[in-house]
Design a protein around this ligand. Structure first.
Ligand code: HC1
Length: 589
């Protein structure tokens, strides 16, 4: 322990902490902008400056380790004036048209300007003098340079968390800007649309492309039947946008809110998550049979999950020669979209062209996914509009709903039933766990050998995790799997996907099945989730997901009665002809 004083009060602090962490422990907030708990320290915005008695310069609290005997002043006149000047300088270079900004009300710069009561303009207004661009070409993300404060959180996010490096710093001094390769549009570079930059941006420089008005218009149109699906992770994130604590589970209230907003049918992406397990599990077993029994060398193993559209874009860009490892399954969002305008339309006696299919996702890449040319197998665009968790909160606020007063309601029928296996899709390792629960039982006729069906080795927040399950005494049809150790890997955050893909590429990976999720923590940490998202918040959302699973009566995808009905009435069998047409696709180079 080190003995120091903060603002004149003696305190003991563990060695290795920064001044920022030490102050935080003591309940003293030091403002930050370039700092984010997910990222390495940059120390470039200087908003967190503090005074260390005896030194004739100010220090950045985020980048200065505490030393024995330090006397730290976080709120001296010198500190306050300096911070105020920094904020004023940032504002002079910032398009401060806050009332017209998408981040109005949740902007870190705006909050600081308010806290420090910046009411005068002492510095020259620089914004109108510069020629700023707004890149609106991507279906997922808008980049508005006039709002950028050059903190570089987005650049570090794209490099450190995602290993993508789509964003970079160009030029120096007052010409310095955050840009892309040759200043191309985000749409035309290696951007995966994951939206982690959006989630980590302190201002409105990077925001999701929102489709709020389009959805209101559809709801208001009496000739349209508007169906909404909600992704697994939205139910453990939405509450935060509406004032609840991280980790609040709001499934039933969310359904109630969606009904009050005027959607004609409120259904669940979890239904098609269960369906994905049926299709993907069957695909994995088919590939194993071809490889082990038929000795077919053209079969690609390991098989990789294909539900995260950021991951799909990443492998398309970075490992195009390995696309055959991807499962042919579309994501649950897209399976849902294809079924809404076919199976659901028929069952409800609706014309598919009169259906508007909306999805609520924790993800910005899902907007891009819905727009892909591969996603029109119903004969129409399968999913018309994708809103993030944040956009749904905006709809709820605009409608004036008091979320806390809503009584929980159940999803509508036909495509609204789901199991715990589907809920855990929202957490890293969840797709793997769901697949193992079903595949093991199909092969052996017995439940997976883990207490309470909790396959704990695949859970957690390690960037890359490995697990294996030994198959013993399988049913006759699967005798070739007797004694096989099914080897699995899980990677979340694209920087970790790179580690695993490099081992696949070098031939060192002897896995059978790999789950890849583009975002840290899986979808619960998606680019469309509430801001802030950080390690503690992701942990709370993950706990909420696993609690939701543990409390459900059905926890294995193959037990979902509506999925069983779908096969009986429409699809007939996994990987059958109809499934092949509607639920599967092939991504090409
Ligand atoms: Fe996900 Fe998925 S889990 S990709 O993270 O497979 O976005 O929540 O909806 O499609 O189900 C996201 C979440 C989501 C799909 C499912």
């Amino acid at each position: 322990k080190l003995n120091i004083s903060i603002n004149g009060f003696p305190v003991e602090i563990a060695k290795g902490k920064t001044i920022l962490e030490a102050a935080d422990e003591q309940g003293i907030k030091i403002p930050t902008l370039c700092y984010h708990k997910d990222l390495c320290v940059a120390g470039n915005c200087r908003v967190c400056v503090v005074e260390v008695v005896g030194q004739n310069r100010l220090s950045a609290a985020c980048a200065t380790p505490v030393e024995e005997g330090m006397e730290i002043l976080t709120n001296s006149l010198k500190v306050r004036n300096s911070r105020k000047h920094i904020i004023e300088l940032l504002l002079a270079e910032h398009n401060a048209d806050c009332t017209k900004c998408y981040r109005n009300g949740n902007c870190e710069l705006q909050e600081l300007a308010s806290e420090y009561k910046i009411m005068t303009q002492d510095f020259l207004e620089l914004v109108p003098l510069k020629n700023y661009t707004i890149d609106m070409f991507s279906p997922s993300i808008i980049k508005d340079d006039s709002k950028c404060i050059r903190c570089q959180r987005c650049v570090r996010t794209c490099a450190e968390l995602q290993g993508v490096n789509a964003l970079t710093v160009a030029h120096k001094g007052d010409k310095m800007k955050i840009t892309t390769f040759f200043e191309k549009a985000m749409r035309d570079v290696v951007c995966t649309n994951c939206g982690q930059c959006v989630n980590h941006c302190p201002t409105g420089a990077l925001v999701e492309k929102n489709y709020i008005e389009e959805v209101w218009e559809a709801i208001a149109n009496p000739n349209k039947h508007v169906v909404v699906q909600t992704a697994p992770a939205v139910r453990v994130g939405l509450g935060e946008e509406l004032g609840l604590e991280p980790g609040s589970r709001v499934t039933g209230q969310m359904v109630a809110a969606l009904k009050r907003l005027g959607f004609d049918s409120v259904l669940d992406t979890d239904f098609t998550a269960d369906l994905t397990i049926m299709e993907e599990g069957t695909e994995l077993l088919t590939r194993l049979k071809k490889a082990l029994v038929d000795k077919d060398e053209s079969v690609s193993l390991p098989m990789a999950t294909s539900c995260s559209p950021g991951w799909i874009k990443y492998i398309e860009h970075m490992y195009p020669e390995h696309l055959e490892h991807l499962s042919t399954c579309k994501s649950p969002q897209q399976m849902f979209g294809a079924l809404v305008k076919t199976y659901y339309a028929k069952a409800r006696n609706l014309e598919p062209e009169n259906i508007v299919s909306v999805s609520i996702m924790p993800c910005t890449a899902k907007k891009f996914e819905a727009y892909r040319p591969e996603m029109h197998d119903s004969g129409y665009r399968d999913v018309d509009y994708v809103l993030t968790t944040r956009e749904l909160a905006i709809l709820i606020k605009q409608a004036g709903l008091d979320f806390n007063k809503l009584k929980p309601v159940k999803y509508d029928r036909l495509m609204g039933e789901s199991t715990g296996a589907a809920v855990i899709f929202g957490a890293t390792g969840g797709v793997m766990e769901a697949a193992l629960r079903t595949a093991y039982e199909i092969v052996t006729g017995r439940e997976v050998p883990f207490k309470n069906l909790d396959i704990t080795p695949v859970r957690g927040m390690e960037g890359v995790r490995e697990a294996s399950v030994k198959i013993e005494n399988p049913l006759k049809e699967w005798a070739f799997l007797d004694g096989v150790e099914l080897k699995c890997a899980i990677a979340h955050g694209l920087v970790n996907a790179k580690t695993v893909m490099d081992s696949v590429k070098s031939g060192k990976a002897d896995y059978h099945f790999i789950e890849f999720m583009a975002c840290p923590g899986g979808c619960l940490g998606g680019g469309g989730q509430p801001i802030p998202t950080n390690p503690e918040i992701r942990k709370k959302r993950a706990e909420a997901i696993y609690t939701e699973d543990s409390e459900l009566a059905l926890r294995k995808s193959h037990e979902n009665p509506e999925v069983q009905k779908l096969y009986r009435d429409f699809l007939k069998e996994p990987l059958g002809e109809v499934s092949h047409h509607l639920l599967h696709t092939k991504y090409t180079k």
